[in-house]
Design a protein around this ligand. Structure first.
Ligand code: SF4
Length: 374
């Protein structure tokens, strides 16, 4: 059965990261970060383009030196997607990228040092309409907070964040978003819940140093899934020790699973068992690869036998139910035609692409359906 999403988003003020709105009623945006040498302009531009092709709304680039700031300017001219510059401490780098068209500065005002330097960065951001991301990380908490709390805790993360928030408040600068990241899922959840009740600025979600593709995906899905279900979170980055393109895919999969974004094919597939009449796992993997280029949202159910096949197929745009001697394809919930195992993959691809073309021609934006229950 399909229900409307029960998620009520937390009301946050909206900021603009280049052309991408973050917060308010904007869709939750998906970010990733380059892992090339920023001074290698060609490699960084190529990676940003791959991230953009995968659907990234915003891309962050590390800018550790003035040389990297120069390179950032050249990169910015060659890409479309909004860029965030990741800067630690050095206010001159922040000023340099502000002159070179940066769309958001990730810098913690409390780490810049002297008041005149903080003011210079905030004034440049204000003059050019550039938002700031305050990014608090459990791994780099201020020493005195470490002493006060003994170890990173949600309260310590929030206290650290509020110090940076207070600096921006004092300078009457509200064009910022904030992240509070820990590698521990439970701490991440508690910290975001706390801060969500204290400020109305947009929140950037993430579990930091989450791990490799599988473990990092699981941790991120648990932490971000729980927060997003509570309506907390305006933009996210999945941190994986993997190709950053995977971060974008996982980010969208989390949002798609909650009905918060739609993009590409939403596969509904059974795990398969000895009742299957075709190889469900191979078929789903092959289809995922073949149809990776599709951005139009569509629900496709691939089910190995009649136990659950017709039920799931009825709720999807395109469905396949395994049968013997041949399988049955459903369109819009109705039986359409039979197909044998040899033709299965090519036929499904053709039927799905035809349905996507129809949706695009009609300007149809099929809403993501949320399925509850078994
Ligand atoms: S739908 Fe059929 S093939 Fe798939 S897991 Fe259930 S019983 Fe097995």
């Amino acid at each position: 059965m399909h229900f409307e999403s029960p998620i009520k988003r937390r009301q946050s003020r909206q900021i603009m990261v280049g052309s991408v709105p973050v917060g308010g009623d904007a869709p939750v945006s998906v970010q990733s970060m380059t892992n090339t040498e920023t001074t290698d302009v060609e490699a960084t531009v190529a990676q940003i383009q791959r991230l953009e092709d995968a659907g990234a709304d915003i891309v962050r680039v590390s800018v550790p030196t003035m040389e990297a700031a120069e390179a950032f300017g050249a990169i910015k001219q060659q890409v479309q997607v909004p860029l965030v510059a990741d800067i630690h401490f050095d206010y001159r780098i922040a000023l340099a990228v502000a002159e070179r068209g940066v769309d958001c500065l990730r810098i913690n005002p409390g780490n810049i040092g002297r008041e005149d330097r903080i003011r210079a960065v905030v004034d440049a951001a204000r003059d050019q309409g550039i938002p700031i991301r305050i990014g608090v990380n459990a791994g780099s908490l201020e020493k005195e907070l470490q002493r006060k709390y003994g170890e990173p805790t949600p309260e310590a993360l929030v206290e650290s964040a509020m110090r940076h928030v207070d600096i921006l408040d004092r300078l009457d600068f509200q064009n910022f978003k904030l992240s509070l990241k820990a590698s521990n899922v439970v701490m991440t959840l508690a910290a975001y819940r706390l801060i969500a009740g204290q400020i109305d600025n947009p929140l950037h979600l993430g579990v930091t140093e989450a791990g490799g593709l599988r473990s990092g995906t699981v941790k991120s899905a648990i932490a971000l899934g729980a927060l997003l279900m509570e309506g907390i979170g305006d933009t996210l980055r999945i941190s994986l020790a993997a190709d950053p393109v995977e971060e974008v895919k996982v980010g969208f999969d989390i949002l798609k699973s909650l009905g918060l974004r739609t993009k590409g094919i939403n596969f509904i597939a059974c795990p398969s068992c000895s009742r299957q009449n075709f190889d469900v796992i191979d078929t789903v993997n092959a289809l995922e690869n073949r149809l990776e280029d599709i951005k139009t949202p569509l629900d496709v159910a691939i089910i190995g036998c009649v136990v659950n096949g017709p039920g799931e197929a009825r709720e999807a745009h395109i469905g396949l139910t395994g049968g013997s001697p041949s399988n049955l394809i459903f369109r819009e919930g109705k039986p359409s035609h039979k197909v044998d195992n040899q033709q299965l993959l090519d036929e499904l691809e053709q039927v799905i692409r035809a349905r996507v073309a129809e949706a695009e021609a009609n300007g149809e934006a099929a809403p993501a359906k949320i399925t509850f229950g078994a």
